[in-house]
Design a protein around this ligand. Structure first.
Ligand SMILES: [Zn+2]
Length: 296
């Protein structure tokens, strides 16, 4: 698939020419005083989830930096690129953590139900805190906001990684100002867009605070460009860099990884220690994966 980065660059320029101002999640949160004060009209919250392609993230950051745009980039442990993260922060943007400890634990331990996950939630939360602290130490960045990654395991369990942060105590201890999926962050957002693979390209949601206080979805312009044309006051855009410059090789590698994880999960049988007839506490596979999860 050819690069679509030039089209993205055009959208940035068009939006700026129409009077829109770009914000990172953290700066938007500050601007709205924690979701309490409306932002000025023509505001765009721009977020990138760096799932796979660090090179594409670098290319996007380069374009934005040249245009003076600041935004948020969330990195998984597997994509954390310390020089890039520091460069984003130095330019006034935000580089932080795209966390997935719940899905990782479910895959590693072969957890089958929500109850299985809930029984491990304390461990999962500790691992999240440790990984976040490790990233903060490595980068010397504050990482005041975080964003959950969406894994096939989350879809299978019907339980997002955001369940980790459904703990006020953890948020206070880990110094998390806001999670990128928090409803409070959307209080003044009119439309939210997330990029999708061809031929869909965009998922569009219009967000209006319902009588119950929660957001409800109505008709909305189908693309961010149309939203800018329509003068939508506050637009939230989520980009996945690999979808803008992805080659067949990268795509194939991801597919293989996804299939391998699925097969391991499906056909794994609990191992038993013959000496005690109890489930074997830690397999070699688990040890390796747990280690890989912590090391940056
Ligand atoms: Zn992700």
């Amino acid at each position: 698939m050819p690069s679509r980065l030039s089209g993205l660059s055009e959208w940035y320029r068009f939006s700026m020419n129409q009077g829109y101002q770009f914000y990172s999640v953290e700066n938007y949160w500050r601007l709205t005083k924690g979701g309490l004060r409306p932002p000025p009209p023509k505001t765009i919250v721009l977020r990138h989830d760096v799932d796979v392609d660090i090179g594409a993230a670098k290319a996007m950051f380069s374009i934005e930096h040249q245009l003076g745009i600041t935004s948020s980039y969330y990195f998984r442990l597997s994509t954390a690129d310390l020089p890039l993260m520091r460069a984003i922060a130095a330019s006034g943007g935000e580089a932080s953590y795209h966390y997935e400890e719940l899905a990782t634990e479910a895959k590693t331990r072969k957890l089958r139900t929500i109850a299985d996950v809930e029984a491990r939630l304390q461990v999962i939360r500790e691992r999240f805190s440790n990984n976040l602290q490790s990233l903060r130490s490595s980068t010397q960045l504050p990482m005041n906001t975080v964003a959950a990654h969406g894994d096939w395991m989350n879809r299978r369990l019907r339980l997002p990684n955001t369940a980790i942060l459904e703990s006020l105590e953890l948020r206070l201890l880990a110094r998390i100002a806001v999670e990128a999926y928090d409803a409070d962050l959307l209080t003044f957002v009119t439309a939210r867009y997330a990029d999708k693979v061809c031929p869909v390209w965009w998922r569009a949601e219009r967000i209006i605070q319902g009588e119950s206080g929660g957001p409800r979805l109505l008709d909305v312009p189908q693309t961010p460009t149309e939203a800018v044309c329509a003068g939508i006051p506050v637009i939230y855009v989520v980009l996945h860099p690999e979808q803008w410059r992805r080659g067949p090789r990268l795509h194939f590698k991801e597919q293989v990884k996804r299939i391998r994880e699925g097969l391991e999960y499906r056909f794994w049988k609990p191992m038993h220690d013959p000496a005690t007839s109890k489930p074997h506490p830690v397999t070699r596979e688990v040890r390796l994966k747990t280690k890989a999860n912590v090391v940056l």
